[in-house]
Design a protein around this ligand. Structure first.
Ligand code: NAP
Length: 486
């Protein structure tokens, strides 16, 4: 109830500022980069707009907190900018509100003039191969959430002890993050904001060999050069690359001519494949396994239901005219890698919610430039008025944090256009945050306001300072709500 009282005061001061008409109330669902950039741009572009940002978690910042690797603190600096947005007097953050269970989309839309969905991608693509359910196999997203202290993966307990080998399937930047965390000296990780349960497990890890498996070649790997250079530079790490995999075709040459990143990545790999003699006596090893696709997961003979390895099929690339994407085709030649843990890093996937049109094939909400279409199959020009989308839910799970700036610009342009055309207008019957909080209060759902996050933040920094870390994250729902809702 206290938060409801504070909200009334905030609304009162806002209404003096707005003087005449009711504000246009917009709810942004999801407080990651797409949500915060959209909120920031809305507040800048429209003085009469008020924005409430809600999130399923008690904490804001989405992938910046739960996705960005702990050894990339510079990428997290954007949190300062997002915090200033949340502190704007026309903006509020409310955590611990799960769209679809705390409140339905229809209810939310009753309360706001417009809703922008930017809740990202909280699930994973699947390989659809035999054995995918075995213990010891995780989505890379879960592993990332685990080491970043996301409360949903606090108890993941990945097996880092029963074998010396980990296999990562997929060759994107998430795969590189995961490989780096597995291979980097833990003395270096100890100085980051990595979750303490993950640091303890990594300190006791027996993983010495990591395979990064790609169904295509070194020219097609989805890494960026900076991230590749970083992993190649890990202390005491032996790099294993087959010289035969570096032989390029005319189609590869065209791909490299068309993309500076692809060329740079290829050059870095070529250089790393010629390191001369290894100076290390007992190094950790990173194996780049190109031209192999996962065929099936192998079950342990000794321990039923547990992973013992991955069977890969050797591939060749087809589509060599340089215009179409080269695709991997199986050759019928198989190879097994024994391992105790396999991490599927083949892409994230957004989740549908009740009452929302959803394109299951693409894993996105059907939209044009951020305006949600009334249905996947219907006439393209029929929009669901007042409903917008931004970020991975709009365009699929690709792109870095900065990509969301452009994505938010595009969504903002749709909203602005709808405001200018009178399609969206303020309406005093929309209660906005006050109505939202009243409803959640009646459902006994404790909401974490931005001041609650600030308490969590201070507590994490305090605990971190005792251990020489920037922060020690609170990693359970209980702790987060206890501090955030106090
Ligand atoms: P991604 O870049 O799309 O890479 C996915 C990888 O999975 C590709 O190698 C892809 O190979 C492979 N793959 C997909 N389906 C497969 C299948 N059925 N079998 C085998 N392999 C399959 O995705 P991501 O690594 O999850 O990254 C998501 C986005 O976040 C990217 O834009 C990434 O750059 C960004 N990110 C950036 C950073 C950073 O800047 N530090 C860190 C993390 C993530 P094909 O190419 O053959 O499809």
């Amino acid at each position: 109830m206290a938060i409801l009282g504070k909200l009334k005061l905030k609304s009162l001061s806002r209404s003096f500022a707005a003087l005449s008409s009711a504000p246009l109330r917009i709810c942004v669902v999801g407080s990651g980069p797409a949500g915060f950039y959209t909120a920031e741009k809305l507040l800048k572009a429209h003085e009469g707009v008020e924005v409430d940002i809600i999130d399923r978690l008690p904490t804001p910042f989405g992938l910046v907190r739960s996705g960005v690797a702990p050894d990339h603190p510079e990428t997290k600096v954007v949190i300062n900018q997002f915090s200033r947005v949340a502190q704007n007097e026309r903006c509020s953050f409310y955590g611990n509100i799960s769209l679809g269970s705390s409140i339905s989309l229809a209810e939310l839309r009753e309360m706001y003039n417009a809703v922008v969905l930017s809740y990202g991608a909280e699930s994973d693509r699947s390989l659809g191969i035999h054995g995918e359910e075995l213990a010891g196999i995780h989505a890379a997203r879960e592993f990332v959430w685990w080491y970043n202290g996301h409360p949903d993966c606090r108890n993941l307990a990945p097996d880092l002890k029963s074998s010396d080998t980990a296999v990562i399937l997929g060759q994107g930047n998430v795969a590189l993050d995961v490989a780096r965390v597995l291979l980097r000296p833990t003395t270096e990780l100890a100085r980051t904001d990595i979750a303490c349960h993950a640091l303890a497990a990594l300190e006791g890890s027996s993983i010495r060999r990591v395979f990064l498996v790609g169904r295509r070649g070194p020219v097609q790997a989805a890494w960026t050069a900076k991230e590749l250079r970083e992993i190649l530079g890990i202390k005491d790490l032996a790099i294993r690359i087959q010289q035969a995999d570096l032989v390029t075709t005319p189609a590869d040459e065209i791909e490299m001519k068309n993309s500076r990143i692809r060329k740079r990545v290829y050059e870095l790999l070529s250089k790393a494949a010629n390191p001369g003699t290894s100076p290390f006596c007992n190094p950790r090893e990173l194996h780049f396994a190109f031209f192999h696709k996962p065929e099936k997961f192998l079950e342990s003979d000794d321990k039923s239901g547990y992973l013992a390895g991955v069977q890969l099929e050797k591939t060749i690339l087809k589509g060599d005219d340089g215009r179409t994407k080269q695709v991997a085709v199986g050759t019928g030649v198989y190879e097994d890698i024994s391992c105790g843990i396999a991490l599927k890093s083949i892409g994230y996937k957004s989740l549908a919610i009740d009452g929302l049109p959803f394109d299951n094939h693409k894993g996105i909400v059907p939209n044009i430039g951020g305006r949600v279409l009334a249905s996947v199959s219907q006439d393209e020009s029929k929009f669901d008025i007042g409903l917008y989308v931004c970020g991975w839910l709009k365009r699929g799970p690709t792109g870095i944090i900065g990509t969301n700036l452009y994505c938010a610009d595009e969504t903002l342009a749709c909203i602005t256009d709808d405001i200018n055309k009178g399609v969206l207008s303020s309406d005093s019957s929309k209660p906005g945050g006050q109505g939202l909080l009243q409803l959640l209060d009646s459902r006994r759902i404790g909401v974490v306001p931005f001041s609650g996050w600030e308490r969590i933040d201070s507590e994490e920094r305090r605990r971190g300072s005792l251990k020489g870390k920037p922060r020690q994250k609170l990693t359970t729902w209980e702790e987060l709500l206890q501090v955030g809702c106090a």
